[in-house]
Design a protein around this ligand. Structure first.
Ligand code: NAD
Length: 262
């Protein structure tokens, strides 16, 4: 079946090196697994060593190749060091997924300055710091795909999430700015904006709001496609942007939210 094999080729990431931040858990882990299943070498970046090594092992237990590296994306020194290590070992980086993020479910009065700084430093500055290190390597091979993980709250406000909404709004507009700056180097930059996805982060949101997680999931599932999302739902959209299925798509965003923001 020629069409089938052509499509397979477009999705094939064999020989590519994909770096995914915050890949020890939830959405990042599913992205690392999906990209590895498509043939890429997935580099699992995270601050959590134990969970990072576990994710590496889980991905390797299938067909995929994965390697864990410790990195706090809010530290420029750590981003610089880890990218040097990856280049030393794997020679190139073809795909970067800026996924690491944290959330505090608080309004402007409740939130303290440290929490504001942490949300912005991990979720927004981290995108800049890691991209800054990776882009020169993509540029030298005149090809690359960067996928930033935004949120439905990149283009809508949400209750008690003021620093998170600021970070995610920034991630989406920064995606467009990066796409403009680096198109000439054939680096595509796109944003995937998930709705509620069943991960430890979502569970912590329920906890922070003092709500039962089961009830929270039930309410979050009230949307056109009548369920909360899975990390794999998001990973499939990332595969689209990471692969040659989207060669002329840059500066774009895709809501993966079961119609929650429709
Ligand atoms: N779960 C949802 O409903 C949802 C919805 C929209 C957007 N998102 C976004 O998706 C991304 C992944 O979220 P998730 O739900 O999988 O969360 P998660 O908490 O399951 O995973 C986040 C990972 O990021 C890591 N991390 C935190 N700070 C870090 C740092 N400084 N450096 C490196 N790694 C760090 C954590 O250790 C963790 O492994 C986040 O950007 C989040 O904002 C999630």
């Amino acid at each position: 079946m020629p069409l089938h094999s052509d499509l397979q080729q477009l999705m094939d990431l064999s020989g590519k090196v994909a770096v995914i931040s915050g890949a020890a858990s939830g959405i990042g882990k599913a992205i690392a697994k999906t990209l590895a299943d498509a043939g890429a070498i997935s580099i699992v970046l995270d601050i959590d060593r134990a969970k990072g090594r576990k994710a590496e092992k889980e991905i390797r237990s299938g067909e995929g190749q994965a390697f864990f590296f410790h990195c706090d994306v809010s530290s420029s020194a750590e981003c610089q060091k880890v990218v040097e290590q990856i280049i030393d070992e794997f020679k190139h980086i073809d795909i970067l997924v800026n996924n690491a993020g944290v959330i505090f479910r608080k309004d402007s009065v409740e939130l303290d300055e440290e929490e504001w700084d942490k949300t912005l430093n991990v979720g927004l500055k981290g995108v800049y710091l890691l991209s800054q290190q990776v882009i020169p390597h993509m540029s030298s091979q005149h090809k690359g795909s960067i996928i930033n993980i935004g949120s439905g709250w990149s283009f809508q406000g949400g209750p008690k999430a003021v620093s998170y909404c600021a970070a995610k709004g920034g991630v989406l507009n920064m995606t467009r700015a990066m796409a403009i700056d680096h198109g000439q180097q054939n680096i595509r930059v796109n944003c995937v904006c998930p709705g509620d996805i069943d991960t430890p982060l979502l569970e912590s949101e329920a906890q922070q709001l003092g709500l039962d997680y089961g009830e929270y999931l039930k309410e979050a599932g009230e949307r056109p496609l009548a369920r909360v999302g899975t990390p794999e739902d998001v990973a499939k959209a990332v595969l689209f942007f990471a692969s040659d299925l989207s060669p002329w798509v840059t500066g774009a965003h895709l809501a993966v939210d079961g119609g929650g923001t429709a």
